[in-house]
Design a protein around this ligand. Structure first.
Ligand code: F6R
Length: 613
């Protein structure tokens, strides 16, 4: 949430910062801004709207400099307007700062500063820190700019990644991290600071992931990293990033979301590459080997996550309980972190997170660690905070996910959970044949996805007939109930249609009251043990005039006669079905959003990577 970038080096910072902002725009897109430093003068431009709006303002200006900072915002404090956009400047206009995170005690500091006569121009929490730095710097002869920033950071409570400039020190950039991600890019005579590596990789592949409490000074072509408070130098290792530019561009696709839906032709196998062992009917998961004794002896497992990743966790519960026979509790990270869950050294806590930066999931893992649990991460972004904070983990390797609505990350998470459940299960007595049966289905998943993508026209027909609905219901049972939840989430976030997911049999206990001839009801109904029960639910909806859309793996005469639309998923293992059926739901949501002319990659009010509570 919010993207920040800084540049210092021998190139023109303007195109670097603007392109960087475009790469970071998925993190927030309600306003953006840039500040540049040259010859002891600070110039800045900021504006409500997309980065393209900022770009036109910058193009029409003569703004220039030899280093700079920029920001794309997802509003927390203060409406999205020009004034609340970052960078924020102090009252002298000499200090500029961009921030990702929330300063929780900003009101206390603001009141204090106002009493001393400081006048604030914005409604943001961020302006408070820049005015505080200014107060400290200009009223204490002994305090350098660097030490004023350190001192100010010690007064604030909350999460931040900040990058700051001061006109009095024209060749210096200062940055710090506490809770919000920050990456330092180390190039040839040039340095970059950004919320993630995506704006950096076209300039340098060498990065340093900053940890909490770290403070960076880039001065005269050198960088140093130290502890914010103690100033003790921290030695860090350079990480080389392998990401290709194509992976972070949408190519011929109109939207990242559609590209990422199509990526699933290979991303699910990328997740499984080198990890399937058909011969022994098991999986090889190198990332968790050292913690296998703890996992095998665990008395309970918690899975904690947010949003789509939480839905993957619900599927994981079915899988792990089925194969590994250990109780699994799935909790929203935002709830888990604040309650007194029963956690001890026999507990495994798994955080699932595409970004690896979600504030609540990260905090949940930190809490679990404090309480002595073994922590595992299922993350997509290598080098992310959760990946580094957990004891061990399994990367999903789905490739960068830029579309705000998660698609390929979800199917990769479910794939990892299948592999994990089988891995533990096989060690606990699940037969080789059961393992082989599951692995054989996983091996054909690429072809299944290709077949699903061939049925896009059928899905478009459903979208055309139902896109005018104001409400949608998604129903599934067992392992397919979370698929229903995920289908509903996809629809509401990108098309703004109200949608709910329910266990199919629960419909009778309330939601059935909503059904009329305007209500599309999506049934996720594979021909499994509960098929005939779900069929009865379909009958109940039909009897009340609802529009029935059935997603199944085998069409029979009852389904045909009761459904207004049937979308077919290639026959597969019942535990692989959630992967393939969810792709149909992703396409359905996408096509409806296209028909409604919605901003698919940047849905209103949303942003990817929720780094605030
Ligand atoms: C929905 C979506 C969100 C994320 C949630 C967690 O399409 O993308 O619900 O799943 O914000 O994000 P991660 O997985 O990065 O922790």
């Amino acid at each position: 949430m919010c993207g920040i970038i800084g540049y210092i080096g021998n190139k023109d910072p303007v195109p670097i910062l603007l392109k960087g902002l475009k790469r970071l725009e998925y993190r927030g897109y309600d306003s953006s801004g840039i500040a540049l430093l040259q010859d002891e003068k600070l110039a800045h431009i900021k504006r409500a709207g997309k980065v393209s709006d900022l770009q036109s303002l910058v193009d029409d200006s003569s703004i220039h400099g030899n280093c700079g900072i920029a920001h794309t915002r997802w509003a927390t404090h203060g409406i999205p307007n020009d004034i609340n956009a970052h960078p924020h400047l102090d009252h002298t206009g000499n200090i500029a700062l961009v921030h990702n995170g929330i300063f929780e005690n900003y009101e206390t500091i603001k009141t204090l500063l106002e009493k001393r006569g400081v006048q604030f121009t914005s409604d943001t929490d961020t302006e408070v820190i820049v005015q505080l730095i200014s107060e400290l710097y200009y009223n204490n002869e002994k305090l350098t700019f660097e030490n004023s920033v350190r001192a100010a950071l010690q007064e604030v409570v909350g999460a931040y990644g900040i990058v700051a400039l001061c006109a009095d020190e024209p060749n210096k950039i200062i940055a710090a991290r506490m809770g919000s991600p920050l990456v330092l890019g180390v190039g040839e005579g040039e340095y970059f600071l950004a919320s993630d590596a995506s704006p950096i990789i076209e300039h340098t592949r060498n990065v340093i992931y900053l940890d909490d409490d770290e403070f960076v000074i880039i001065d005269n072509e050198e960088y140093s990293i130290s502890n914010i408070q103690s100033k003790k130098i921290v030695s860090k290792t350079l990480t080389r990033i392998d990401l290709s530019i194509e992976e972070i561009e949408k190519g011929e696709f109109p939207h990242f979301m559609l590209k990422e839906i199509h990526d699933q032709k290979h991303s699910i196998s990328d997740t499984m590459r080198g990890r399937l062992n058909l011969f022994d009917g098991t999986t090889n998961l190198g990332g968790i080997v050292n913690y296998l004794p703890n996992i095998l002896s665990a008395s309970r497992i918690y899975i904690t996550a947010c949003g789509t990743s939480w839905h993957a966790g619900l599927i994981g519960k079915h899988l792990i309980e089925e194969y590994a026979r250990v109780p699994v509790h799935v909790e929203y990270a935002s709830e888990f972190r604040y309650r007194n869950a029963i956690i001890d050294p026999n507990t495994i806590v798994i955080a699932i997170s595409q970004s690896g930066e979600t504030a609540d999931s990260l905090a949940a893992i930190k809490k679990a660690k404090e309480l002595g649990a073994t922590t595992l991460g299922i993350c997509n972004v290598v080098g992310s905070s959760i990946a580094r904070e957990t004891d061990a983990g399994i990367f999903t390797h789905a490739g960068p996910e830029i579309g705000v609505a998660s698609t390929k990350a979800f199917t990769a998470q479910v794939t990892v959970l299948i592999m994990l459940a089988l891995n533990i299960g096989r060690k606990k007595g699940v037969s080789k044949d059961r393992g082989k049966e599951l692995i054989s289905s996983l091996k054909t998943v690429d072809q299944d996805v290709i077949n699903i993508l061939r049925s896009i026209e059928d899905i478009k027909e459903v979208a055309k007939s139902t896109s005018m609905a104001n409400h949608y219901l998604y129903l599934g049972r067992g392992i397919n109930f979370p698929v229903a939840l995920e289908g509903a989430l996809k629809l509401k976030e990108i098309s703004y249609i109200h949608a709910e997911g329910y266990p199919a049999a629960e419909m009778k206990h309330g939601p059935i009251a909503l059904i009329d001839e305007k209500m599309p009801v999506v049934f996720i109904a594979p021909q499994d043990d509960t098929f005939y029960k779900v069929l009865s639910n379909i009958e109940e909806v039909k009897a009340r005039g609802g529009i029935v859309i059935t997603i199944t793996d085998k069409i029979n005469s009852s389904i045909k006669s009761l459904s207004d639309f049937v979308l077919l998923v290639p026959k597969t293992h019942k535990y692989v079905f959630p992967i393939t059926s969810s792709i149909i739901l992703q396409i359905l949501a996408y096509e409806i959003a296209v028909l409604k002319n919605c901003e698919i990659d940047q849905p209103r009010n949303l942003a990817k990577s929720v780094t605030v509570e």
